[in-house]
Design a protein. Structure first.
Length: 227
């Protein structure tokens, strides 16, 4: 598969991986710029492996963002100190980076393409020249925990995710039905305070088992009920 002529496709694939590992658009952009530049420098005989090489360059660069230096692909040096300070998924990203740091290059490529980019196992297998089962086994190095989707780690501006970057510090606003219920209770209390007449009384108070009568106020008139 020949490398695309435009950098946009290269950047999109690299950025998807780097953002999920770093959680910062500036860092991810700088990492992908370096990775794209390295792919453009591949020898002709390896240009057909651009996606695997791009993924490998991206993972390796994302594992050491402080090594970013001025070159044709990036204009600034970015240190790990500029990493985002409030990221709800920071611990998950850190765990991903730790696993990938211990992984082989083949595991890094398979894991990033299958788990982070969501390419089908058969497609990745065709790129790497191995079976789909082998791809799944290699990608298991960063298999997500139950109930976790790595899509949530992507750039919200691109994935369309509405999940907040950090837990909200504000209390949840009450539902409109709750407000209406409270209003009805208040109105009922106000109405009750306007009713005139004698208070309800109990007769034979304390008579266990005896027939007891009570008087209640209904529609402004006293009515007596027995029980």
């Amino acid at each position: 598969m020949a490398a695309p002529e435009d950098d946009q496709t290269l950047h999109a694939n690299s950025y998807a991986v780097s953002y999920r590992l770093l959680g910062d658009s500036e860092l991810a952009g700088a990492v992908s710029a370096v990775a794209v530049n390295r792919v453009r420098q591949l020898p002709e005989e390896r240009s057909g492996q651009w996606l695997e090489q791009l993924t490998l360059f991206t993972v390796q660069q994302a594992l050491q963002p402080s090594a970013l230096a001025k070159d044709a692909g990036t204009a600034t040096v970015i240190s790990s100190a500029s990493a985002p300070k409030s990221d709800a998924n920071a611990s998950l990203r850190e765990a991903l980076r730790r696993r990938l740091a211990r992984a082989t290059p083949e595991e890094q490529v398979a894991g990033a393409l299958l788990q982070l980019c969501a390419y089908p196992a058969e497609f990745v297998a065709g790129l790497m020249g191995i079976s789909a089962d082998e791809v799944v086994a290699l990608a298991g190095i960063i298999a997500p925990p139950p109930g976790v989707s790595y899509r949530d780690l992507g750039d919200p501006a691109l994935t369309g995710s509405t999940r907040p970057a950090a837990p909200s510090r504000y209390r949840r606003k009450p539902h409109w039905t709750t407000l209406i219920a409270v209003l009805l209770v208040v109105l009922a209390v106000l109405y009750a305070t306007q009713v005139t007449g004698p208070r309800p009384t109990l007769t034979d108070e304390g008579g266990f088992g005896a027939r007891t009568q009570t008087t209640i106020i209904q529609d402004g008139q006293a009515q007596r009920f027995g029980y």
